[in-house]
Design a protein around this ligand. Structure first.
Ligand SMILES: [Ca+2]
Length: 73
């Protein structure tokens, strides 16, 4: 059960960060000179977090699926 809560929390947290990156750059209050919808201030340190978005969310999704199946079953 705990792992499910942790995974759901992480998915929401990461989803929120991805959403915020897009929102803040689109609305113009985060600097985004290369226009890839990632705030330039984050890009140096956390580029892996954004380039790995698909994989990260996929792994979280699979993890949640397995954890959910164990809780239900
Ligand atoms: Ca950028």
């Amino acid at each position: 059960m705990e792992i499910l809560v942790v995974l759901v929390f992480l998915a929401l947290l990461f989803g929120g960060v991805y959403w915020y990156a897009g929102y803040s750059t689109r609305s113009g209050f985060a600097k985004d000179e290369n226009q890839n919808f990632i705030p330039d201030a984050w890009e140096e340190k956390y580029s892996w977090f954004f380039s790995g978005k698909g994989i990260i969310m996929l792994v979280l999704g699979i993890g949640i699926g397995y954890a959910l199946a164990r809780v239900i079953g």
